[in-house]
Design a binder for this molecule. Sequence first.
Ligand SMILES: C[S@@+](CC[C@H](N)C(=O)[O-])C[C@H]1O[C@@H](n2cnc3c(N)ncnc32)[C@H](O)[C@@H]1O
Length: 258
Amino acid sequence: MGNELGAGSLFNNPMIANAFELMRMNENIHVERLEQMHERIRQRWHRMEPFTNRDLENPTVELKFARKAMKKISIFFRNSHIIPRILEVGSGNCVASAMLYKRIIKFGGKLTATDLYGYMHTPIPEVKCDCEEAIKRFGESSNILLLFSPTPTSMEKIVTIDYDVDKYINENGYYVPDCCGWFMDYFAIKAWIELCQQIHEKRYIVFFGELGGSDGTTGMYTFMLEHPYWKLIRRMHVSSEPDMFGGNCVKEVFIFEN
Ligand SMILES: C[S@@+](CC[C@H](N)C(=O)[O-])C[C@H]1O[C@@H](n2cnc3c(N)ncnc32)[C@H](O)[C@@H]1O
């Protein structure tokens, strides 16, 4: 267990303490509700507007933070003597993925990058598929599921799936990214967990972001921390800066093990 887990000094900083508070206040996601909506959410994945501009040169987080996070992830696995066979879902333009890839191949690691939109010009090859398909195709041969800054979603948004969906379709016929069920992290993690239950090998989930702050589904932090078969084995602080909305924001790498 790393000494960065629950580091006291971080909690002494009022800004950081608030961000943690915020994550804690985000109660568990409504799993039952999400599962009822599963098919409808999945259909919408394929009608959503590409989240990241295809011409974007950087990852969705600042370059310096992506570099720092990827360095920490690779050092963790190298020092733990684990050869990473990483499956990344939602890899976007793969700029961040390439930072990790370059580090882990030095000690025998592999990385399969996948994204719903299969960005064409990526620094490493990327497979175009949704997160569940990625787990079906590449899950068995991987030992780590990576979610790097996944799309934010809150449970409030699920209401729009029931009631007012068309309001969120833009002139090109796409659902705009900020609504109607991304929930990529939840469904990827769920599929991964189901697969891992059938495989007798240590498996990992690496999540970079705020677990329900401005990355990932609201409530994922609680969901993962309370999961009966998975435990948080490492938590590595990466940045504490106001987010694009001016709110408190702490980004960390979370590593879970089954
Ligand atoms: C916030 S971006 C992060 C991209 C990249 N990891 C980065 O840090 O630059 C989230 C990515 O998730 C992808 N995505 C959203 N829903 C998805 C799904 N259901 N399956 C696979 N990828 C998905 C989007 O296309 C987008 O590229």
